[in-house]
Design a protein around this ligand. Structure first.
Ligand code: PHE
Length: 461
């Protein structure tokens, strides 16, 4: 088995598809990071967890843990130029089971896709419903009923989910450079423009300042163990780390790409998008007197009601859901690529076969999640519906645990010398200070922080 596998992964860029330009690498990586995490999770979690305080903890987690894990993953992926499982297996000393971290990454990608494709399906549905005007009403009760009708209809739920799976599968069969890179390079600039338009609209509403205050004035007394766990989970989810996505994308990076610089740019741009989403949403929610702590339904109930209250609201609502759809597409492409790369390289499947297998797997496993508000609504595991369970397990268990293992692996197994060689592009970049800082973070600071948060979650202290 390993003969063919090594043959297929060790050939370098001549045989393996990869990103073709610096801009493409940046757009694809940013396309993975920016997604429903920014537009759906970030605002709803910030809204329910006290606004600026949550934002503050989230920022700290992103810098102290998120960035080092992202750099580690891209670096490990580029070193081996293979999917996440093969990368970790090849870099492991004999008999050490680090490949399992890659396996847990593939499982996490499936778990995320199961609920993510459903939320993306709602977003696509809202573009159409926004155009027809059927979900635009200033009455939150009516908006809530319209959303309830969509998610409690099994046919619509499955139909939209499968539609989204088909769209992403179609793009991804074209490969890394002609599929992922081409699409994300075009979509990312559109996303930024649309977000700025909505942000300006929201900021120019009378009464917008209260929303800004909610977003930017922290009350540190509100920090609790749960807030930190949720903020850390969101930081992992947002940066697409701890589950092999960045490792897989890193394997398509060119050897002369400056990894710490690219990862920092992606982190900053991703934060900017989250801020812009916050600026687009909170001032408007406050200006029209809606509830900021509506949770996950903020995007589908509160936001349409907010748009319906403003002049030209229908147009802005359609733009808003269009941008959410664009963002979710880039993220789903990167999630798909984790199992697809593995199946192509380690199981010698054709790209089409690998995409089809992945798509079928998600359609089958994702169905219980998609039906969580209808047919499977009464089925709960640990008190959670399938939808909530997949969401909770991926963000609060798989990704932080995967991130912790990746830090330990990078800092203690891969080691200082290889880190230095890789991050300086074989000593062609003079970034010694950055490399030293990264090494300290990845060896000590990040793993200790993640371990503390996870022990707290397991109620050890
Ligand atoms: N970062 C994506 C988002 O914010 C979600 C994602 C998680 C993508 C994990 C890839 C891997 O929506």
């Amino acid at each position: 088995m390993s003969k063919t596998r090594e043959h297929s992964v060790g050939q370098g860029p001549a045989k393996r598809d990869s990103f073709t330009s610096s801009l493409g690498m940046l757009a694809a990586t940013l396309g993975s990071a920016v997604g429903l995490g920014n537009i759906w999770k970030f605002p709803s979690m910030t809204g329910t967890n006290g606004g600026a305080t949550f934002l503050f903890v989230y920022l700290a987690c992103t810098i102290a843990v998120g960035l080092p894990v992202m750099i580690s993953e891209i670096m490990l992926g580029r070193t081996v130029k293979a999917n996440a499982i093969t990368t970790l297996r090849k870099l492991s000393p004999r008999r050490q089971p680090w490949g399992l971290v890659g396996v847990s990454g593939v499982v996490a990608a499936f778990l995320i896709l199961c609920f993510y494709t459903e939320v993306a399906g709602w977003v696509f549905a809202y573009i159409i419903k926004g155009i027809s005007g059927s979900v635009l009403t200033t009455d939150p009760e009516v908006a809530s009923a319209a959303f309830g009708k969509l998610i409690s209809d099994p046919i619509q739920s499955l139909g939209w989910q499968w539609g989204v799976i088909a769209l992403v599968s179609f793009i991804i069969t074209f490969g890394v450079s002609k599929g992922i890179e081409k699409v994300t390079t075009r979509l990312m600039p559109i996303l930024f423009c649309l977000l700025i338009i909505i942000g300006i609209r929201s900021l120019t509403l009378p009464g917008a300042s209260e929303g800004l205050e909610f977003l930017f004035a922290p009350d540190l007394s509100k920090i609790s163990g749960t807030v930190v766990l949720m903020a850390m989970g969101l930081a992992f989810f947002k940066l697409s780390i701890g589950m092999g996505t960045m490792m897989t994308y890193g394997s398509y990076f060119r050897d002369n790409q400056n990894i710490p610089m690219t990862a920092t740019k992606v982190m900053l741009a991703d934060l900017t998008v989250s801020m812009l989403a916050g600026i687009a949403i909170f001032p408007a929610v406050f200006a029209y007197g809606f509830d900021v702590s509506a949770g996950p339904s903020l995007l589908f109930v509160t936001i349409p009601a907010v748009f319906a209250s403003m002049p030209f609201g229908q147009l802005f609502a359609v733009i808003f859901f269009l941008l959410a759809a664009i963002a979710s597409t880039g993220a789903m492409l990167s999630l798909f690529e984790v199992p697809v790369a593995y199946l192509c390289e380690a199981k010698q499947m054709s790209r089409k076969g690998a995409v089809l297998t992945t798509a079928l797997g998600i359609a089958i496993l994702g169905a219980p999640a998609a039906l969580s508000h209808s047919l499977t609504a009464d089925v709960t595991v640990f008190g959670k519906t399938f939808f909530d369970l997949f969401d909770y397990l991926s963000s609060n268990l798989f990704m932080p645990a995967g991130g912790l293992c990746i830090c330990i692996f990078t800092g203690w197994v891969f080691g200082k010398e290889k880190i230095k060689t890789q991050l300086s592009n074989r000593h062609t970049l003079s970034n010694e200070g950055i490399v030293k800082l990264f090494t300290v973070l990845v060896k000590y600071v990040s793993p200790i922080l993640v371990a503390l948060v996870m022990l707290n979650m397991l109620k050890v202290f």
